[in-house]
Design a protein around this ligand. Structure first.
Ligand code: AMP
Length: 192
């Protein structure tokens, strides 16, 4: 099963992707998590990456595409995977499309967790206190939101047009359990 989770920062897509990945026993590929792990290596690349991430900007498509390509080739992805935080730009979506074409793979479902602009800000603020992420600080939040609106949100429409029957929207303004059960319901309905 190949799933893509979409949603604004703070919508809870990481939390949901993790739960669903455990449920179906497929890896949860979060480019944010992969990058944060990479920062611990403290080499020249990771110092550059840290500045980009802490500043709320996007890592270049070339770097992120290579990171995800390497990860997709690992053996645990052979039964499927969940993409969380990727693709985030049209160039990444094009790269992913050509990877799927080359490997004869197909996206089974795209799940957008929707959240209003007001709720996005509220969620990120409370996450910044809990997780202490540098990129969740007030001034960085607005940069991340701008990037999200200009680069990532247009992709939702792109995928809605391209994969109409596989595109699902779940209301992110609910508790974690309800969002999970909405996602599982739609995935199970799709299996029938
Ligand atoms: P996230 O945990 O998904 O919010 O990602 C944290 C940060 O990692 C983002 O603000 C970006 O700086 C970087 N990042 C994660 N995924 C991507 C991606 N697909 N393309 C570019 N940058 C990314």
């Amino acid at each position: 099963m190949i799933l893509i989770f979409f949603g604004p920062p703070g919508a809870g897509k990481g939390t949901q992707a993790k739960i669903i990945s455990e449920y179906y026993d497929i890896p949860h590929l979060s480019t944010g998590d992969i990058l944060r792990k990479k920062l611990l290596e403290k080499d020249i690349l990771s110092i550059k990456l840290k500045n980009i991430i802490d500043g709320g900007k996007l890592v270049s498509d070339e770097i992120i595409n290579q990171i995800i390509l390497q990860r997709l080739k690992e053996s645990d992805c052979s039964n499927g995977f969940i993409l969380d935080g990727y693709p985030r730009t049209k160039m990444q979506a094009d790269f992913l499309n050509s990877y799927f074409q080359d490997t004869n793979l197909e996206i089974d479902n795209i799940i957008e967790i929707s959240l209003s602009h007001k709720d996005i800000k509220k969620r990120i603020k409370s996450r910044s206190t809990i997780e202490n992420r540098k990129d969740d600080k007030e001034n960085v939040i607005s940069i991340r939101l701008k990037k999200y609106l200009s680069e990532t949100k247009p992709l939702f429409q792109y995928y809605r047009d391209k994969k109409r029957d596989k595109y699902n929207i779940v209301d992110g303004n609910q508790n974690i359990e309800k969002i999970t059960s909405d996602i599982l319901d739609l995935l199970k309905n799709d299996d029938i």
